[in-house]
Design a protein around this ligand. Structure first.
Ligand code: F6P
Length: 341
């Protein structure tokens, strides 16, 4: 058997180091060699590697970021697919690859598997939007960060009789907004999956403030449409071609302030949600995913993604994991809506 390559690609996510530690520790137990590939696909295309042994993963379990580095380069957008990776694979004796990434990364990994490389995917994203798995590591940490922020914003909102708009990440899905909104007791949560009517939001806030609550918390997912009449220029794109999001909270705030005269402020949490130490449940999930990914790599499995179903780690066909984006289900949003207004 050749070496197992491991790379982390796309946006970083709390728990990446726990995955790497899980991969390396299990490989040592199974007598397999692991080569770390630096900076995601970019390192694979440009032969940037590092040996991974017991020493290199010591003390990294609780550390945010990734000791391997990451990038938003892609072998099919910025290279010729497997042909661009082969020199690095050959030079390092790598014949199987563990790819830790989100939807874009996993789609490229699946194409490499179709070209003949042994691929094991590990789902990674704070957005929690990958199908085939119950949840993704990093999500619980992002929700905790956002909830802590909402708790803090609530006391200052109350002191000043203000409306606070809190914008969270999640790209086209509203998982972080919905969970953090429920956990933080938000008075409205706006997510891309369910269209909102700004007039209804305004009405609910007005009646809330009339009935004795003089402040409100509105959580918005970064991927929502701005209220009609409050559009701005399109955002720039990242290296994957995805639109860079962030800032819609200002348009929601303008609409609310214009229509209610309630003093309104905006907080955009941004990359704070991705930085720092993973919460305990993310450390456990990431560790288990890393261990299972190595088991699958050693067994010769390919074109599968490690997934958690209930309390069990399973191998899910990559095709299932990349076929769609997992949206917030209506019943979850409906529970959150009980507390609106
Ligand atoms: O997909 C994870 C994510 O954090 C999204 O929630 C967010 O829109 C995006 O990445 C931000 O990416 P970047 O780090 O390139 O700004």
């Amino acid at each position: 058997m050749g070496a197992i390559g491991v790379l982390t690609a796309g946006g970083d996510c709390p728990g990446l180091n726990a995955v790497i530690r899980g991969v390396v520790s299990r490989a040592i137990e199974l007598d397999a060699e692991v080569v770390g590939i630096r900076d995601g696909w970019e390192g694979l295309m440009h032969d940037r590697t590092m040996p991974l042994d017991r020493e290199s993963v010591r003390g990294i379990l609780a550390r945010g970021g990734t000791i391997l580095g990451t990038s938003r380069m892609d072998p099919y957008i910025h290279g010729d697919g497997l042909a661009s990776c082969n020199p690095t694979l050959r030079r390092n004796g790598i014949d199987r690859l563990i790819v830790v990434g989100g939807d874009g990364t996993l789609r490229s990994a699946m194409r490499l598997a179709d070209e003949g490389l042994n691929i094991i995917g590990v789902p990674k994203t704070i957005d929690n939007d990958i199908p085939g798995t119950d949840t993704t590591f990093g999500f619980a940490t992002a929700v905790q960060v956002a909830t802590d922020a909402i708790d803090r914003l609530t006391t200052t909102a109350e002191a000043h009789n203000r409306v606070m708009i809190v914008e969270v990440m999640g790209r086209t899905q509203g998982w972080i907004a919905t969970y953090a909104g429920i956990a933080g007791g938000a008075d409205f949560i706006l997510v891309p999956e369910f269209a909102y009517d700004i007039a209804e939001v305004v009405d609910k806030l007005r009646s809330r403030h009339r009935s004795g609550h003089h402040y409100s918390i509105v959580v918005v997912a970064e991927g929502i449409e701005p209220p009609p009449g409050y559009r701005t220029a399109a955002n720039k794109k990242d290296a994957f071609g995805f639109e860079r999001l962030g800032g819609v909270a200002y348009q929601v705030a303008s609409a609310i302030e214009d229509q209610t005269s309630f003093e309104t402020r905006v907080t955009i949490l941004g990359h704070i949600q991705r930085g720092g130490s993973p919460v305990a449940s993310d450390r456990v999930l990431a560790t288990r995913l890393g261990v299972k990914a190595t088991d699958l790599a050693v067994s010769g499995a390919t074109n599968v993604m490690v997934a958690v179903r209930g309390t069990t780690m399973v191998a899910c066909p990559m095709e299932e994991a990349t076929a769609s984006i997992r949206a917030v289900p209506p019943d979850l949003y409906d529970s959150a809506a009980t507390f609106f207004g």
